[in-house]
Design a protein around this ligand. Structure first.
Ligand code: DP6
Length: 330
C-alpha cells in the first residue's frame, strides 16, 4: 500500500561535533561534522497517510508522544506536505531501542527514520542527499544517520548561493580504520536542557565558543586525514579533545550547562588509566552523561569488559552500522 512506509535508522556518534547553528529554522550548522553510524539502538518508524483525518497522530513505543515531541513531528510532516502535492494528515508510530534523551542521539535515528518513511509515504522521490537535507530539518545530527559507516555533514559556506542545498551529509569514502565505539550507559533519564537550547545558549554566551569553533574546523581536516591513513590513535586523540572542548564551552555558558556527571568523570578517568596501561581507547560525550569509547574493533569486547569491571556500569559494543533503510513491501 503506497500510503504506508516503514523505515529503520541507527544513531550516529560524532567524532568531530556539530555544536552551533548559523540558522535555527533551516538547521544550518556553523561547521562541518563527522560521525560513525552505530549498529545498535535502531529506531523504526511507520508513517501512514490518513486521507480525511483531521490531525496527525504520533505514538512512541506504543504510547502517545509527549506534546513537545508530537509538535516537532507535526512540524516536520508540514514540511513534507509542503513539498508534496498531498495535504493528508498522517499517523506516525515510532519504536526506539535507544534510551531517549540520554545523549545517545535518539533524535538522529528518529528523524532519519521519519524522513525516509515520510518521504516514501508522500511520494517525494528524494535521493540520499535530499533525504539527508530533509532529515536535517528535524534534527541536525539526523542528516548523518541517513548514511551507514562514517559520514561527513557539510556546513554551507558564508557565500553559498543556496545554503539549504549545500547542507547535507554524505558517506566518507576511504576510511581505513577498524573502529568500534563502546557505549558506557550511565543514565537513561531525560536530559535537563535540550541540545537545541544548550546550543543556542553556548553560541550566545560562552567566551570559549569562538576558539572551539576554530579548532573544530582544523580537527575535521586532521580527523579525515587520520581516518584515511588508518591512524586510529590520532583520530581518537582528536575526537576526545574535540568533545572535551565542546563540554568546556557548555560549562562556560551563562547559565552553564552540565551534561557530564560524577559518573561520567569516573569513566573518563578509567579510559585514561587504560590508556596509560597501553590500551588504545579515547572518549567522546554528547548532550548527556554517557561516555562512548573509541577503540580498535578487535579490542572492543575486552575494553568494554574492563570498563564495566572498573566502574560497575554496563557497556555495549557498537560497530559501524548500516544506512537508514525502508522496509520492503510495507
Ligand atoms: C552533541 O542534532 O540533537 O550530539 O539540530 O538542535 O536537533 P538539533 O541538535 P542535535 O545535536 C546533536 C549535538 C551533539 C553532537 C553531534 O551529534 O554532532
Amino acid at each position: 500500500d503506497a500510503s504506508t512506509a516503514v523505515a529503520t535508522a541507527h544513531p550516529n556518534i560524532a567524532l568531530v561535533k556539530y555544536w552551533g547553528k548559523q540558522d535555527e529554522e533551516l538547521v544550518l550548522p556553523l561547521a562541518d561534522s563527522l560521525s560513525m553510524t552505530l549498529d545498535v539502538f535502531p529506531t523504526t518508524t511507520c508513517v501512514t497517510r490518513c486521507p480525511g483525518a483531521p490531525a496527525d497522530t504520533v505514538t512512541m513505543d506504543g504510547r502517545p508522544a509527549s506534546q513537545e515531541a508530537a509538535r516537532r513531528v507535526v512540524r516536520f510532516l508540514d514540511l513534507v506536505r509542503q513539498r508534496s502535492a498531498c495535504d493528508d494528515r498522517a499517523s506516525v508510530a515510532t519504536r526506539n531501542t535507544v534510551p531517549v534523551g540520554a545523549g545517545l542521539a535518539s533524535s538522529a535515528s528518529g528523524f532519519a527514520a521519519l524522513a525516509l518513511a515520510a518521504a516514501a509515504a508522500y511520494g517525494l522521490g528524494l535521493d540520499p542527499a535530499g533525504l539527508s537535507r530533509l532529515a536535517r530539518r528535524g534534527s541536525g545530527s539526523a542528516a548523518r544517520s541517513v548514511f551507514g559507516g562514517f559520514a561527513l555533514w557539510h556546513a554551507p559556506g558564508p557565500h553559498a548561493p543556496d545554503p539549504d542545498a549545500a547542507c547535507y551529509a554524505e558517506p566518507l569514502a576511504g576510511v581505513r580504520v577498524d573502529a568500534a565505539l563502546v557505549v558506557v550507559l550511565l543514565d537513561t533519564g531525560p536530559k535537563s536542557v535540550s541540545s537545541r537550547e544548550a546550543m543556542r545558549r553556548t553560541v550566545a554566551t560562552s567566551p570559549l565558543f569562538p576558539a572551539w569553533l576554530a579548532a573544530t574546523r582544523l580537527d575535521l581536516r586532521h580527523m579525515r586525514a587520520a581516518l584515511e591513513a588508518g591512524d586510529l590513535a590520532t583520530a581518537g586523540e582528536i575526537a576526545e579533545h574535540n568533545a572535551l572542548g565542546m563540554h568546556a564551552t557548555l560549562e562556560s555558558a551563562d547559565p552553564p550547562v552540565r551534561y557530564l556527571t560524577e559518573q561520567s568523570h569516573r569513566v573518563l578517568e578509567q579510559v585514561r588509566a587504560l590508556r596509560t596501561a597501553g590500551a588504545g581507547c579515547w572518549a567522546t560525550m554528547d548532550a548527556g552523561p554517557n561516555v562512548k569509547v573509541l577503540c580498535p574493533g578487535d579490542q572492543a569486547t575486552r575494553i568494554a569488559e574492563r570498563l564495566t569491571t572498573a566502574t560497575g556500569f554496563p557497556a555495549v559494543v557498537a560497530r559501524p552500522g548500516p544506512a537508514a533503510a525502508l522496509h520492503p513491501g510495507a
